[in-house]
Write a protein that binds this ligand. Structure first.
Ligand code: ATP
Ligand code: MG
Length: 144
């Protein structure tokens, strides 16, 4: 039933836990796994370690892209996969990028951390995970 999992990461420990959970779920279900980092200004990175990598960017800042690439490289090393094929798209905010890319790529499950880099203890859900849960067309799994 689960064939393609999209996990969105922002470099936080929350997102790392989400990615490891998504990896294990992908292994158990034999699903494809795509890793996405949405970079501001409008650009994003997509990495499916099980087959292709889609790198999305319109007007990326080199520093942001380098940081996203470093995150992806680190995660792929942890996941034990990695082969990259860049693609491009545009997106203004991370939640919008995550939901639209999930649909465009045909993902049937989105995995996110409950919070991210902005981690403020009073929040149960960060604004990105909140918006993705509200707006995604696919089921969303939030990892705490
Ligand atoms: P806020 O950003 O509202 O201050 P926060 O940073 O604590 O709060 P979110 O940004 O909602 O929380 O992060 C929750 C999860 O959403 C992260 O663990 C990650 O899975 C995903 N996420 C957040 N930002 C991005 C991003 N730029 N690209 C990809 N995934 C992201
Ligand atoms: Mg955030």
């Amino acid at each position: 039933m689960i064939k393609h999992i999209l996990v969105a990461i922002d470099g936080s420990e929350h997102a790392k836990r989400a990615a490891l959970y998504a990896r294990d779920l992908a292994r158990q279900t034999d699903a494809k796994l795509t890793i996405l980092v949405a970079v501001k200004p409008p650009s994003s990175y997509l990495i499916p370690p099980f087959d292709a990598v889609a790198i999305t960017a319109s007007t990326p800042e080199p520093g942001h892209l380098a940081a996203a690439q470093a995150l992806i490289d680190e995660l792929i090393a942890d996941l034990g996969h990695g082969r990259a094929v860049p693609q491009t798209t545009t997106g203004l905010d991370p939640a919008e990028v995550i939901t639209s890319e999930a649909t465009r790529l045909g993902a049937d499950l989105i995995v996110l951390g409950a919070r991210g880099l902005g981690a403020v203890d009073r929040l149960l859900l960060g604004s990105v995970s909140d918006r993705v849960v509200r707006h995604a067309a696919q089921p969303v799994l939030v990892v705490r």
